[in-house]
Design a protein around this ligand. Structure first.
Ligand code: IPE
Ligand code: IPE
Ligand code: MG
Length: 250
C-alpha cells in the first residue's frame, strides 16, 4: 500500500513548514550546475503546493532563501533571484485559490522581484483554499531581533508596559502573526538542523527529516512525512493518559 492510501484524512496537519534543501547536491550528482537543481526545485515546490492543497493542508511555509544564503557566490544568488522573478506567476495562485505571502527581510531583495512579489501578495490576498508563504531573505534571529525592537519601541512610546509583555506579544510581532504555528516541519536533503528557520514557531512542531533531495520530493514523499506525523503522539507537556482522555472527550 502507498503512504497516500494509508493517510488518516481526519488528521491532516493544518500547517506544514518545509526546509527545501538539497538542490545543489541533486544537480552535482547528475553532473549539472547547481542552478539546474534550483530550477527543478522550483517545480517541486509548485507540485508540493498543489499536493498539499489537495490533501487539505491549509498553510505551507517554505524556506526558499535564508539571510545566510546572501553569502553564496554572486552567480548563484543572482541566478536564484532571476528564477524567483520568473516563477512568481500570479495565475498559479488565482487559478488554485491560493493566497501568496512572504516573510523575511525583503528590503534586501532586488526591486523588480519586490514589485512582482507585492503584486502577487495584494492580488491573491482574498484567496481562501490555502496559503503559501515563502521565506525569502529570512532567518529566525533576524525576525526575533526585529520583534524585540518593535516591543522596545512600544514600551518607549508608552503604548505598552513591560509587565504586559507575554509570549503572545512576541507571536504578534513576528512576520508569521497571521498563521498558526507549524504542526509538521519537513527538511529534505539529509541534514538534521533547523538552519535559523522558525525557531520560535517550531517550539512544539513535529520534526521530520528525510534524505530525499528537494528536486525529487514528490507526492508519495509528502504523504510519507504526513503519515509519520500521524503515528506520533503530540503531548504538549502532558502525560499520555491525559492526551487519551482529551481525545475521548472530543
Ligand atoms: C536549498 O538547496 C535551496 C537554497 C538554499 C536556495 P541548496 O542550494 O542548499 O542545496 P545543497 O544543500 O547545496 O545540496
Ligand atoms: C537552508 O538551507 C535554507 C534554505 C533551504 C533556503 P542551507 O543549505 O542554506 O542550510 P545550511 O547552511 O546547510 O544549514
Ligand atoms: Mg543546502
Amino acid at each position: 500500500m502507498t503512504y497516500k492510501e494509508q493517510l488518516d484524512m481526519n488528521r491532516i496537519p493544518q500547517h506544514i513548514a518545509i526546509i527545501m534543501d538539497g538542490n545543489g547536491r541533486w544537480a552535482k550528482a547528475r553532473g549539472k550546475r547547481r542552478g539546474e537543481g534550483h530550477i527543478v526545485g522550483a517545480q517541486a515546490l509548485h507540485d508540493t503546493m498543489m499536493n498539499a492543497s489537495k490533501l487539505g493542508v491549509k498553510y505551507v511555509t517554505v524556506y526558499a532563501f535564508s539571510t545566510e544564503n546572501w553569502t553564496r557566490p554572486d552567480e548563484e544568488v543572482n541566478g536564484l533571484m532571476a528564477l524567483l522573478f520568473e516563477k512568481l506567476d500570479l495565475s498559479i495562485f488565482m487559478d488554485n485559490d491560493i493566497r501568496f505571502c512572504v516573510i523575511g527581510d525583503t528590503d534586501r531583495l532586488p526591486e523588480k522581484v519586490r514589485e512582482r512579489m507585492h503584486y502577487c501578495i495584494a492580488q491573491s490576498a482574498g484567496n481562501q483554499r490555502g496559503t503559501l508563504t515563502v521565506a525569502l531573505s529570512y532567518s529566525s534571529k533576524w525576525e526575533l531581533t526585529q520583534s524585540a525592537k518593535r516591543i522596545a519601541a512600544m514600551v518607549q512610546e508608552g503604548t505598552m508596559s513591560v509587565d504586559d509583555i507575554t509570549d503572545k506579544t512576541i507571536d504578534e510581532t513576528l512576520c508569521t502573526s497571521f498563521m498558526p504555528d507549524p504542526d509538521l516541519l519537513i527538511r529534505t536533503g539529509g541534514e538534521t538542523r533547523l538552519s535559523n528557520y522558525l525557531l520560535w514557531q517550531c517550539a512544539y512542531t513535529e520534526l521530520y527529516f528525510c534524505d530525499t533531495y528537494w528536486p525529487e520530493f514528490d507526492e508519495e514523499a509528502l504523504c510519507k512525512a504526513i503519515y509519520t506525523y500521524q503515528q506520533r503522539e503530540r503531548r504538549f507537556g502532558k502525560t499520555s493518559e491525559q492526551v487519551a482522555e482529551e481525545n475521548d472527550n472530543k
